[in-house]
Design a protein around this ligand. Sequence first.
Ligand code: AMP
Length: 437
Amino acid sequence: MLRPGVIGKDGRTTAIIRSLRESPRVSDVIELSAWKGQSTDEARRQVIDRASAERPDFVVVGPEEPLAAGIVDDLAEIGIPSVGPTRKLAQLEASKSLTRDLLRKHSIPGNPRHRIFRSFSPEIALWLRELSEFVIKPDGLTGGKGVRVSGDHLRTVDDGLNYCRELLDARRPIVVEERLEGEEFSLQSLSDGRTLVHMPAVQDHKRALEGDRGPNTGGMGSYSCADHGLPFLTSEQIKEAQTINERVAEAIREDAKTPYRGVLYGGFMATRDGVRLIEYNARFGDPEALNVLPLLENDFASLCEAIVHGSLDRTTVKFRPLASVCKYLVPDGYPHSPVKGEAIELSELLRREADHLRVYKAAVEERDGKTFMTGSRAVAVVGLAPTLDEAFTIAESAASLVTGRVEFRHDIGSRSLVQRRIDHMRAVLESRSELVP
Ligand code: AMP
């Protein structure tokens, strides 16, 4: 029997734990660390102490911070393999400039027009003017909050210049790139370093409010379709993204001479000029993991073994042909001023939990049989069904069962929102034909 370990405490890690526990080969899942509320050094020590005592067969790392801190290297030193890249390879997420450089060096398509700056120079103003519509990204993990987009957060070239100066004064290299127009999607691939297994494509919704308004969040919810594509994408566009992930894994192996073992999660945008890479993440998406892990037909623990042993080429991986809709319930006021310590009532929801309705606890604490929100995304519900409409209805009515000071986006997975995506993609592609004489 297997005894895997996990690191993290969020909806994604809850989904990882659930998938591991569903395996008939798993006797016990060891929760090594929440990786929260401590210094990085303390968290590392806690993981290593517990892992040395418990000797898990392998460790699955949920969030990005432990990867960037090098927890996979620490575990390897005591002979424990991980589903997650080493510190060096996790730079793919932690450093946006390095990722842009990697694609350029290996002539992998997908980079927007971009330039990297390490110190302030007059060229920055020229570049911002040349781009006219631009995006400024600091290097390093920013929890999705460091990226600023012209027309959205930045009104003028001067606003852009000020933000560049602020970041460079803090000694952070920056990527300044063209602002792309299109539809975003996530493609997560499992990688053992040589073979990639692509998971169904997912569309996440980062904005707090319905109609994609309001501030950016960790992700309010997401959906995937029964055919594992998305209604606004062609199979060629999905293939383009898959090829980019494959070529990136190959490029990493060539450059670093170490296999990338874990999840390679590309954030892509389908544009009028083809599929472009927005960013890489070095772990499962949260919420995207909640959409795709319940669809996996394989035993997840055996799949993790294949990732750490480099034998994915001998594994046939299947996903159920179902659509999924995930909705996060968040505290009132999230993300800027969320209520904290408020109780929510989940009993009716939990009573209805079934294979087609999954509930994942995230930023909550349980005391005296009650559930209290801690300030971030609290609980996710996932509906699974043969059609997107049915999955939407399941998730929507499930989310409505939760009482307390919570909010959620009613529109995620709805027919009207999906139609807006399709119409937007069509308009983006038509703008291309207007350019062709
Ligand atoms: P990131 O942290 O790189 O995922 O960026 C956060 C968000 O900024 C993305 O989800 C996009 O919505 C937006 N974004 C990033 N890069 C671009 C770009 N080149 N063009 C348009 N939007 C972008």
